[in-house]
Ligand binder design. Structure first.
Ligand SMILES: NC(=O)c1ccc[n+]([C@@H]2O[C@H](COP(=O)([O-])OP(=O)(O)OC[C@H]3O[C@@H](n4cnc5c(N)ncnc54)[C@H](O)[C@@H]3O)[C@@H](O)[C@H]2O)c1
Ligand SMILES: O=C(O)C[C@H](O)C(=O)O
Length: 339
């Protein structure tokens, strides 16, 4: 005979397993690349993902066959590099993560990737707008400050734009900012969560150290800010022509995807920094901005303002907004001239 406690525990097990069974298809476009492969691996290890669809212009079926042997429950499908393969990859996706595109080589800025990556992202955005109009779209491909507006313009043109479901992934900046301060202060980086706002390149990356109660002075502060703003260059230089950050980015992309899934499955107070269609600086002509964003079942739940900052941080923010506006307009203009 069941005791009340046993009955309760069985009911709660059922409730848990039914929410765990909730179907969450995640699609990776660019899945065979330096980021795409480890990101897909991490997503295969995430029990919240029930179906993982991998698409690339090369090798996605091979990557899927490999990852598909891992003994976690999710189904993995590698799609052919054809329009119908892309359509099938996107159909019914809850989350579409896009790391497709070329990475930097030493001496290049992220903006130097624009000519190649703008059209790659535009074309994938067209397919996503057609086959997954309600999905959360996570843009990793650089330059993020421009590829997010490109995606938005495509979704607007197709009449399916939902600003709550488009995200530029800036998580790596926060991961770096947290790691770098822990190295200076001998703290556990897992306990650090430095707010980083603005965009994702050089001067548009603005770490707000003061909000975590830290104050660095003079050269120490300048070096810290530089390292966060140009952390990507450290990796590009060290890889010496073989690409940019892939493994740390895969971790950051998996973290952001996990946060969205948690929020979609009802967890409250899930906050991640991300580059979104934001009201914060629209009065200055800046349509997109990264700040802490509370995530929910509908994507963006609440965009947090930047909050109290020091005069030095205000100076960084002023410089950020100038560059950001140019990067955003470049993306918007690209779609106007190359629809
Ligand atoms: N947001 C960030 O913080 C961040 C961090 C690191 C890298 N990035 C950017 O991510 C992008 C990818 O970097 P990577 O190191 O993985 O590059 P990579 O060259 O190793 O991989 C890119 C993959 O995209 C695929 N691809 C190209 N065109 C495609 C298309 N039309 N459809 C589907 N797949 C396509 C390629 O075949 C390749 O497998 C770069 O633009 C890089 O700058 C962003
Ligand atoms: O630096 C790059 O080009 C890749 C990425 O944006 C990064 O921050 O590592």
């Amino acid at each position: 005979m069941f005791t009340a406690r046993q009955a309760f525990s069985q009911a709660s097990r059922r409730a848990f397993s039914s929410s765990a069974r909730q179907s969450s298809k995640v699609t990776v476009l660019g899945a065979a690349g330096g980021i795409g492969q480890p990101l897909s691996l991490l997503l295969k290890l995430n029990p919240r993902v029930t179906k993982l669809s991998l698409y690339d212009i090369r090798l996605a079926p091979g990557v899927a066959a490999d990852i598909g042997h891992i003994n976690t429950k999710s189904e993995v499908i590698g799609h052919e590099a054809t329009p119908s393969g892309l359509a099938a990859a996107l159909k019914d996706a809850e989350i579409v993560v896009i790391p497709a595109g070329v990475p930097r080589k030493p001496g290049m800025t992220r903006d130097d990737l624009f000519n190649t990556n703008a059209s790659i992202v535009r074309d994938l955005a067209k397919a996503a707008a057609e086959h997954a109009p309600d999905a959360n779209i996570l843009i990793i491909s650089n330059p993020v400050n421009s590829t997010v507006p490109i995606t938005a313009e495509i979704f607007k043109a197709k009449g399916v734009y939902n600003p709550k479901r488009l995200f530029g992934v800036t998580t790596l900046d926060v991961v770096r900012a947290s790691r770098f301060i822990s190295q200076l202060k001998n703290t556990d980086p897992a306990n650090e969560n430095i707010t980083v706002v603005g965009g994702h390149s050089g001067a548009t990356i603005v770490p707000l150290l003061s909000q975590s109660g830290y104050s660095l002075e003079g050269e120490k502060l300048a070096n810290y800010v530089y390292r966060v703003q140009f952390g990507g260059d450290e990796v590009v230089k060290a890889k010496d022509g073989a690409g940019s950050a892939t493994l740390s980015m895969a971790m950051a992309g998996a973290r952001f995807t996990e946060s969205l899934l948690k929020a979609a499955q009802g967890q409250k107070n899930v906050i991640e920094p991300t580059f979104v269609d934001s009201p914060l600086y629209k009065d200055q002509g800046v349509e997109y901005f990264a700040s802490n964003v509370e995530l929910g079942p509908n994507g963006v739940e609440k965009i947090h303002p930047v909050g109290k900052i020091t005069d030095h941080e205000q100076g960084l923010l002023d410089a950020c907004l100038v560059d950001l506006k140019k990067n955003i307009n470049k993306g918007v203009d690209f779609v106007k001239s190359n629809p």
